[in-house]
Every structure is written in C-alpha cells, then in structure tokens.
Write a protein that binds this ligand. Structure first.
Ligand code: GLY
Ligand code: MN
Ligand code: MN
Length: 470
C-alpha cells in the first residue's frame, strides 16, 4: 500500500481559468509550514452500526444470485449544479441498501463483489482521507479536509459497516464484470431485493413518517404566516424543509405545496403561489431520514380552518377511495387490485355527480372505459423505501402484477383534481384538488397505516388546525 502522501497527485493550479483566476498563490512560507504543527488524530474505532447485519444479509442474497460474476456497484459522484457548485451528494439507493452507508457515504465509493470458490469477497473502495502532508488537504475544495471537514479512514468505515475496505486508488475495472445501471440483470435484482423490507427498514420507515408528521404539525402552526406572505406556498415548503433538515437528512423528493387551483397540478413544486383563505392547500411532503428511508405523505387542508360543503364532499370521497383501497390490501392479492379498489369509488362518485359521459360500470371497462381517470390520472400506489418510488427497476410481474406480501411498504394515495378550466365539471368544483396519501406496511394480519397518526378525516383535519393554532 502506498501512503496518502505518495499517492497525492494534486498539482498547484497553474493556468488561469474560471476557478483559478481568483485564487491567491501560496507563498513559500505557507508551503514550508502548512503540513506541520498538527496534533495526532488517534482513532477509536466505532462499533458496527445497527444496519450492518441487515446489509450483510442483503449482500449474501446478491452473492448467491450471481455466482462466479464480478459485481460492481458505484455509489455515484457529485453532480455539477453550476460552475464550481455541486448538488448535495446522494448515494445510489442500491449502494446504500447493500452497504448500510447512507447520508454519510463518501462520493465515488464503489462496492465490489469479487468471485471466490465459495461465493464472493466483498470490498468497499473509497477515497481515504488525505493526511496533512498532502496538497489535497488544504488546496482541494471538493475533497480536502480543510474545506469540507474530516473524512473517514479505511479502518473506521470497516468497523462502522462491518465490511472490508480499500483505497479507491486500488480499484480497477475488470473485463466482463457486471456494473450496476449498465447490466440489466444486476440492476433488476437489487431493485427487487428491496420489495420486502426487513425489520431495520421498517423501523426507519416509521422514523421517517414520525418526522414527517412533526413537519405537518409545523406547517399547520405556521399557516397564518403563509397566508400573510405573497408566496405563502414557499413559506409552507420552508417550514417543512427546516424540520426535514433538523431531524432527518432532508426531503425524499421536492415538497409539493399547492394551494388553490395549483393542487390540480400533480407535481406542483414551483411553490410560488399565495395561500388564500377559503382555498384548500395540498401538501405532499416526505422526510428522508439519515438512513435515506423516506416517507411520502399528502394532506389537503382548508386554509381558513373549515371545509366548505363542496370541498368536504370531494375530500370525503377521496377518503372513501383511500379507505376502500386500504381494505383491499391483503397478503396474497395483487398490487394492482389496490388501484382497482380506489378506482371503483372514483368512477362511482364521479358518475353519480353527473361528470361522466358513461355509467360507472362502462367507465371501469378495461378497454373502452377510463373516462373517470380524467379526474385522477395517476396511480394509487407505489412501493416506498430508500427511493420515494422504490424498486423502480423491478419487473412488472413482481411490481404492478405482483402479489402483496408481508414486509412490503407502499403508498395509498387516491385523489380528485378538477382543473380550473375543465368545462366538464360544474363551476363549483373547478380549482379543487384533493389527495390523501398514506404509507402502508403490509403484514400477515393485514395492512398497517404507518401515517395513521396524522389526521385524515375532514373532521379530524378541522380539529387539527384548531389545535395547532390555539
Ligand atoms: N410525492 C410523489 C408521489 O406521491 O408519488
Ligand atoms: Mn406517492
Ligand atoms: Mn406523494
């Protein structure tokens, strides 16, 4: 093994360009003294983190599925936002799942499975910290410890994750290896491996939901401030963001704070509108815990504290669809049956209200129907976990056509959206958008609503607002 100092190849910037033209040269006195005068950094190795044994079991399953193959799973790299600023680093979900390294993952790390006689030797390669004798330490704004703070050692990460570690410089690609996101079979396998959550993952989902619930409480308390601001939706977004960053890693996806007719735009993340009394505000937000597991919850709230009759009618219909979908979620039924259950309610009620050009039965016909989908174009459920739309590379027969099993975590999120300019609905409905989204854990005994503590019924929501603003 070479030392970090020997490996260090960071050259002093010479040519003037957009990142060097404002740099001060380092005078000789600085260069002569910068690497000396630093205290030793004795390291106490941590105990393995709680996720380590779970990640080891996942690695064993992957190893068993690809005997004799070298597998390469990169964490990913920093992505440029503009010029010399990057987005916040987020490890690849499959990498996080298989290592247990989460929000603290070092960019550019690579998990490698080398085939052996009886399985695989697994090694986690990452850029070990450079010591104070290197120019990287003080001159590299992307990875230097003077700039970004302490980085972990090989021994520290090995103990923390209970995994073999090696320096990134010692990693080299090998002909014939399977690489995540390049090899379909590998990419599909690690996505399907996440369909059933283990006990650690379920506990983290509960944690993400609990922080999200606190974030919704914060929003209700701050509604008067949102009403008072010309861009009240941003106030709502900001209030949730504060909770997400203080108690978790951040949000699992961009918060949707959609007031009034914006609620009808399914992924309204511009969030630059006003929050007006008399309107509903739809908030779809989820905290990503430090472990990277995320919640995905929507509540639709009357800004002034009480639903109008027509808002309540729409709201309670969406809740009926959610409750019917929840009742349909049983071990052994197909994932897509949850959506079908919700759709039966949406079709029946929109037909009753005279919105459809056909009967509810005709609308539910698989080939010729779908007229009711104008008012809810999205699906009712998706798997949830490290990704908000988890297990996205799973085969259709394992996902949409798959069979519900204990340990699955998914959303139930029906909605009704009457666009402001939709001439097929009476004027009183136009501009009303409602979604109710809960996070569900499938168990042998039936579905468990992990977000049940966040008020759901129209009456509960009104009482919640009154409580929050007392
Ligand atoms: N927040 C995105 C979704 O509900 O799927
Ligand atoms: Mn969702
Ligand atoms: Mn959502």
């Amino acid at each position: 093994m070479s030392t970090a100092a020997e490996r260090d190849t960071v050259a002093e910037p010479q040519a003037e360009n957009s990142t060097t033209n404002r740099k001060q040269p380092f005078p000789q006195g600085f260069l002569d003294t910068i690497s000396t005068g630093w205290a030793e950094r004795p390291e106490t190795l941590p105990a393995a983190r709680a996720q380590a044994p779970f990640a080891a079991r996942r690695r064993a399953a992957l190893s068993a599925a690809f005997p004799g193959k070298r597998l390469v799973l990169p964490a990913g790299s920093l992505k440029q936002r503009s010029n010399d600023t990057d987005y916040v680093f987020r490890a690849h979900s499959a990498f996080a799942h298989l290592t247990g390294w989460a929000s603290d993952t070092e960019p550019d790390s690579v998990l490698v499975f080398d085939p052996t006689d009886d399985g695989h030797a697994v090694t986690l390669y990452f850029r070990e910290r450079a010591d104070r004798t290197t120019t990287e330490f003080y001159a590299d704004a992307t990875v230097g410890e003077f700039w970004i703070g302490p980085r972990p050692s090989l021994a520290g990460v090995a103990a923390d994750l209970a995994i073999e570690t090696a320096h990134l410089a010692d990693f080299a690609p090998v002909e014939g290896e399977l690489v995540l996101d390049e090899d379909d079979a590998l990419t599909r396998f690690v996505s399907e491996l996440r369909l059933i959550k283990d006990d650690y993952e379920i506990a983290e989902m509960r944690r993400a939901v609990a922080i999200t619930a606190a974030g919704f409480d914060d929003i209700l308390r701050e509604l008067p401030a949102a009403i008072a601001h010309s861009r009240g939706e941003r106030v709502v977004e900001g209030v949730f963001h504060r909770r997400a960053r203080e108690d978790g890693n951040g949000e699992g996806y961009d918060t949707i704070a959609a007031s009034g007719p914006h609620a009808c735009y399914l992924h309204w993340t511009r969030n630059d509108g006003a929050v007006l009394p008399g309107d509903l505000i739809l908030v779809d937000a989820g905290v990503e815990a430090d472990s990277l597991y995320t919640a995905d919850i929507t509540r639709t709230i009357p800004v002034s504290g009480t639903f109008t009759d027509v808002q309540r009618k729409v709201y309670e219909t969406v809740r009926e669809a959610a409750d019917v979908a929840f009742a349909a979620a049983k071990v052994g039924v197909r994932f897509r049956d949850i959506h079908a259950a919700a759709m039966s309610v949406i079709a029946a009620r929109t037909a009753e209200w005279g919105l459809l050009p056909v009967s509810a039965d005709e609308a539910l016909d698989a080939d010729r129907g779908g007229q009711h989908r104008r008012y809810m174009v999205h699906g009712t459920s998706h798997h949830l976990g490290i990704d908000v739309h988890d297990c996205a590379q799973a085969r259709r027969e394992m996902y949409y056509d798959g069979i519900l099993a204990p340990g699955m975590v998914f959303t139930i999120e029906p909605g009704l959206y009457f666009q402001i300019d939709d001439l097929t609905v009476p004027e009183e409905l136009r501009g009303i958008g409602v979604r109710i989204e809960d996070d569900i854990l499938m168990t042998e005994d039936g579905p468990v609503n992990l977000s049940a503590d966040i008020p759901r019924t129209a009456d509960e929501i009104e009482a919640w607002i009154a409580r929050a603003q007392r």
